[in-house]
Design a protein around this ligand. Structure first.
Ligand code: RB5
Length: 145
């Protein structure tokens, strides 16, 4: 199950992504907002808890720029949130960082690109190996601070 959430800036983009990914066979859990103005950290927290509890394997967060969502999501131990705006970074944040949350900006990306990036994120596997050691070092930093 893939969690998806947005603030008021990202409602239309979220709908486009849900439609595109559902067509591709993904199951999505929509955590809102459905249009009501809301504060992005509230949605980021809901989504991160879905992942940390094991209910969802990965998450997609959308706000105006994607930046607020990524800052908020990265406050959670065990969340590696990547701000994605191009296909190369989106692919490599899965291959090398094992990112479990992608964040996108509804005011900076078009819906077509956002849907394509979401599919890349969800279909690219972590490479492991030396990258696992580096992810473990990130976890060690989380545990020290
Ligand atoms: C909301 O207006 C806007 O601040 C939010 O969507 C986001 O861009 C924050 O990073």
């Amino acid at each position: 199950m893939i969690a998806i959430g947005c603030d008021h800036a990202g409602v239309e983009m979220k709908k486009a992504i849900i439609e595109a990914l559902t067509e591709k066979g993904f199951e999505l859990k929509d955590l809102g907002t459905d249009g009501e103005p809301c504060d992005y950290p509230v949605i980021a927290e809901k989504l991160c808890n879905e992942i940390l509890s094991g209910s969802c394997e990965k998450g997609i967060l959308i706000c105006g720029t994607g930046i607020g969502m990524s800052i908020a999501a990265n406050k959670f131990k065990g969340i590696r949130a990547a701000l994605c705006s191009d296909s190369f970074s989106t692919k490599f944040t899965r291959l090398h960082n094992d990112a479990n949350v992608m964040c996108m900006g509804a005011r900076t990306l078009g819906p077509g690109l956002a849907c394509e990036l979401a599919e890349i994120f969800l279909t690219t596997e972590f490479e492991g190996g030396r990258h696992q050691r580096r992810v473990d070092l990130i976890t060690a930093i989380e545990n020290k601070n």
